[in-house]
Design a protein around this ligand. Structure first.
Ligand code: GRG
Length: 300
């Protein structure tokens, strides 16, 4: 078994636990009472449809560095996955990326309709903040810190703003620095929240919070770069080679701008930067090191 395969096994195990917890949340009294059936079904479709659960995994693993209570870490991990799934539902809409398949299944607007998909995304976004606000596993001060950090990272100066920059970029060429900014906001912001959240629930110092936020940013850049490399070179993964290449056509990416070899060198630089940050945590960070290698190597 290669180290990537070993890591995928660990990631899959975590994904199963996260999905089981999400099933509990979406079958709970809190959601069933008062939510229109069709809306709840659409939200379930957008959340319980597979997915690697990478963001929850990062919350849970970084929380372990500080021996944070597992329930507290899981509560944040679930909220973050709700936000990620909302972003995918909206990203797939005809007004945005116009995709009909997500995680191997029909997108929410295909399985339901566009208005329901918009509302399902809205429902998941607002639910996420409610789940953290009501999480009794987390004391009030870190709860507020989490809500504040998540609102910044998921919002207009984070993921939503990054998506706006991406939409604006459809009709004109972007410079290197503009692509980096857009991707840091669109993809990096939630990953940086995931890593920092572990430090927040673990009651860690500001230095740890900053370091782990930085780690998340580095992982976000690496994740986006490897995703763009997969689009450029095509890959016979879940999506299939032709679909991958087709999806990558005309996209404003660093790989399109600088080429495949440049991107591979940059991925190596990012893995070194992540290793440096993880050195502070010694053997406790073994799984996070494996996560870094997985993110960097999934495109080659
Ligand atoms: C609509 C506000 C709004 C934001 C959309 C998530 C997003 C922002 C856009 C997705 C665009 C994209 C292809 C980004 C690259 C990173 C990536 C591959 C995200 C998909 O996340 P994964 O790989 O997916 O973690 P799973 O399905 O495993 O959860």
């Amino acid at each position: 078994m290669t180290s990537t395969e070993a890591f995928e096994t660990v990631l899959n195990e975590t994904a199963k636990t996260v999905t089981a917890t999400l099933k509990d949340v979406f079958g709970s009294h809190r959601l069933i009472v008062g939510t229109p059936h069709r809306l709840l079904d659409a939200m379930r479709h957008g959340v319980l449809n597979g997915g690697k659960r990478l963001r929850p995994f990062l919350v849970l693993e970084t929380a372990k560095l500080f021996s944070a209570p597992q329930q507290a870490a899981m509560d944040v991990a679930i909220a973050l996955e709700c936000i990620h799934c909302y972003s995918l539902i909206h990203d797939d809409l005809p007004a945005m990326d116009d995709d009909s398949v997500r995680r191997g299944k029909p997108t929410v607007h295909k399985a339901f309709d566009e208005a329901t998909a918009v509302l399902a995304g809205d429902g998941l976004l607002t639910l996420a903040f409610g789940l953290i606000a009501e999480a009794e596993s987390i004391p009030p001060a870190p709860r507020i810190a989490l809500i504040s950090a998540l609102s910044r990272r998921a919002g207009v100066a984070g993921m939503v703003g990054g998506q706006m920059l991406d939409m604006n970029a459809q009709d004109h060429d972007l410079k290197d620095i503009e692509i980096t900014r857009m991707q840091t906001m669109k993809t990096g912001a939630l990953l940086s929240f995931a890593c920092e959240a572990g430090a927040i629930v673990g009651g860690a110092t500001v230095d740890h919070r900053n370091r782990l936020r930085h780690l998340g940013e580095v992982l976000g850049r690496a994740y986006q770069l490897s995703d763009d490399l997969l689009d450029e070179t095509g890959d016979a993964g879940a999506m299939g080679k032709a679909a991958r290449k087709d999806r990558g056509q005309g996209k404003k990416t660093m790989v399109a701008l600088h080429g495949v070899d440049w991107a591979k060198d940059r991925l190596y630089d990012l893995s070194v930067e992540a290793e440096e940050l993880l050195k502070h945590y010694g053997d406790q960070a073994t799984t996070l090191r494996a996560a870094t290698r997985y993110i960097v190597s999934r495109s080659h």
